[in-house]
Design a protein around this ligand. Structure first.
Ligand code: PBG
Length: 332
């Protein structure tokens, strides 16, 4: 017996796309201000904000202004800010001692924000690059980035941040063993409740360019970060790194950059089912802003579409320079 084809399409999938109400009803993923972490660039001084040229709308803020930004985050429903200090060449040394100075820019900002806006979670960056004379995330000896000595310094840095009141520590350095070492130190120093969001799968990416300008690292960096950050050709390795960091005591994991690595986000979420974040990095932001400024893309729409893509790829949240703008758009 031959079946004649149905006289109409059996599945008219367009039915559920016909009206805004139906589209809203069946939308699988959603984006909310509570999915966002807002990165803030810090600088010395008071009551000043200086634009970052390659990141339109992004400012370097003095500590008092950063407190203002944290208030804005609270008012917009953004749960967390992440701090990145700009360090001038003269504050960079071979021993990176400024990294664990309780009075350094980022530790002062942590205390000021936790004092004024305790409800906003403060996340930090743990890596030596803002303080290192050659711009690397670890100590350099004989042209090599050395692992274990760097980890000891990262632990000091982490403890200073925890003491200042940080809620979320973000080791972004890609040294081996740092999550375990930091977790052990937190446990033995009475910081059992400080969380670790490890930059588990961080790729050696050209998309970090504008960030390095923003924190003054472009001039400092000698060479590349390929001996510690991941090769963009790899994917299975990201899963090994995530497994390792979780076993060492990470509470949450990050994939970085974001948009070019959505496949990694999805694999991580499917495999581990742990809180997974993506960092939509400076170059991704700059790219969309530049195209919008030229009138080549609709800036608001690509912002929201790019953020939704992270949710669809399985991320629980996104570190993004769009955070305040996107939160405002979501509030309508
Ligand atoms: C450094 C660090 C980098 C970023 C965050 N932390 C740059 C790097 O690894 O060189 C990049 C963030 C961005 O591009 O927005 N530890």
């Amino acid at each position: 017996m031959t079946l004649s084809p149905a006289p109409f399409p059996t599945a008219r999938l367009r039915r559920l796309r016909a009206t805004p109400a139906l589209r809203a009803l069946v939308r699988e993923n959603s984006l909310s201000p509570s999915d966002l972490i807002w990165p803030l660039f810090l600088m010395q001084g008071s009551d000043q904000a200086v634009p970052v040229p390659s990141m339109p709308g992004v400012l370097r803020l003095t500590v008092d202004r950063a407190v203002g930004a944290a208030r804005e985050a609270r008012d917009l429903g953004i749960p967390a800010v992440c701090l990145f200090p700009y360090t001038a060449m003269e504050h960079r040394t071979a021993d990176c001692a400024e990294a664990w100075n309780p009075e350094n820019l980022s530790n002062r900002a942590i205390r000021a924000i936790k004092d004024a806006v305790p409800d906003v979670a403060v996340m930090t960056d743990i890596a030596l690059d803002p303080y290192n004379i050659d711009g690397h995330d670890g100590f350099v000896e004989g042209g090599e980035i050395v692992n274990d000595r760097t980890v000891e310094a990262l632990v000091r840095m982490a403890l200073a941040q925890a003491k200042a009141g940080a809620d979320i520590l973000g080791p972004s350095d890609m040294m081996d063993g740092r999550v375990g070492a930091i977790r052990r130190a937190l446990e033995s120093d009475g910081f059992q409740n400080v969380t670790i969001l490890s930059y588990a799968a961080k790729f050696a990416s050209a998309f970090y360019g504008p960030f390095r300008d923003a924190v003054g690292a472009t001039a400092a960096l000698k060479g590349e970060k390929k001996t510690y950050q991941m090769d963009p050709g790899n994917s299975d390795e990201a899963l090994r790194l995530v497994a390792r960091d979780l076993s060492e005591g990470a509470d949450m994991v990050m994939v970085k950059p974001g948009m070019p690595y959505l496949d990694i986000c999805r694999r991580v979420k499917d495999r581990f089912g742990v809180p997974t974040f993506a960092y939509q990095v400076s170059g991704e932001f700059a790219m969309l802003k530049a195209a919008a400024a030229n009138g080549w893309l609709d800036g608001d729409r690509v912002m929201m579409e790019s953020l939704m893509a992270f949710k669809r790829a399985g991320c629980d949240g996104v570190l993004t320079y769009f955070a305040p703008e996107a939160a405002r758009a979501l509030h309508g």
